[in-house]
Design a protein around this ligand. Structure first.
Ligand code: HEM
Length: 215
């Protein structure tokens, strides 16, 4: 095992700020929806709008970071080990089977994470942003423009936005469970806080030979 620097400073900042904003947007959003009561409706609307704008600013910085560091490549989907990873989550994990995918600095996501995170980035979050902005500006001069998109009532926008919110809430619950399934219960969490994680070193054939000889 070797301690590696896996999550860079901006990456950790983005991850935790995004987590806090999504939780806050869910809390205020479900209050606007009428499912819970916490701040009061009017406050919830103000808070939701402010947090949404912060989220948009964060997204802009995150897009810039992903492209300037080439980190977007981490999310390119692959079928390699996809099935093995799936079987691991539904059965191997309960038998203490080894992780099918080895985490490295250059490939830190397993094939299921790659797929799910990619879907969040190119589908769920854009749908939330687009429906949220349509919701925000529906009643204003832009209404003309929205009419040309064939959206005749706020209800459709609200339904899309709420369905997206349920997806995000389900993701957060699954994510919190899955972070406990790393090498140890807290290793993933600690890595996202400190940036460092103990990873299995990849041995060159010469090293493997050497280790085998010393056993
Ligand atoms: C940039 C992103 C977002 C924008 C621009 C946005 C905007 C809005 C707006 C304008 C409303 C209507 C309340 C109002 O008049 O202010 C709303 C409602 C709502 N939002 Fe968001 N939102 C965003 C992200 C999110 C996220 C990430 C969640 C959940 C995780 C969420 C959950 C909700 C829910 C549940 C409602 C109530 C829907 C209803 O019942 O009609 N929103 N949002």
């Amino acid at each position: 095992m070797k301690k590696e620097f896996v999550y860079k400073r901006f990456e950790r900042f983005w991850h935790w700020t995004q987590a806090a904003l999504i939780l806050f947007l869910a809390l205020t959003g479900f209050e606007i929806h009428g499912a819970i009561s916490f701040f009061g409706f009017e406050q919830a609307v103000t808070f939701h709008r402010t947090a949404a704008i912060m989220f948009l600013v964060l997204i802009a910085f995150a897009i810039f970071w992903h492209f300037t560091t080439d980190e977007w490549k981490q999310y390119l989907p692959t079928r390699k080990h996809l099935r093995a990873q799936f079987e691991y989550y539904i059965s191997g994990i309960f038998r203490n089977a080894p992780h099918p995918t080895k985490k490295t600095v250059l490939s830190k996501l397993n094939p299921i994470q790659k797929l799910v995170y990619l879907a969040l980035k190119i589908l769920v979050i854009p749908v939330m942003v687009a429906s949220g902005l349509l919701y925000m500006f529906y009643r204003y001069p832009q209404k003309q423009g929205i009419g040309s998109l064939n959206i005749d009532s706020l209800e459709k926008i609200a339904v899309v936005h709420t369905v997206g919110a349920f997806f995000l809430a389900a993701f957060v619950i699954a994510h919190i469970y899955l972070i406990t399934t790393g090498r140890t219960v807290t290793s993933n969490l600690k890595a996202m806080i400190t940036g460092f994680e103990e990873l299995e070193t990849e041995h060159t054939p010469a090293e493997v030979h050497h280790t085998a000889g010393t056993k």
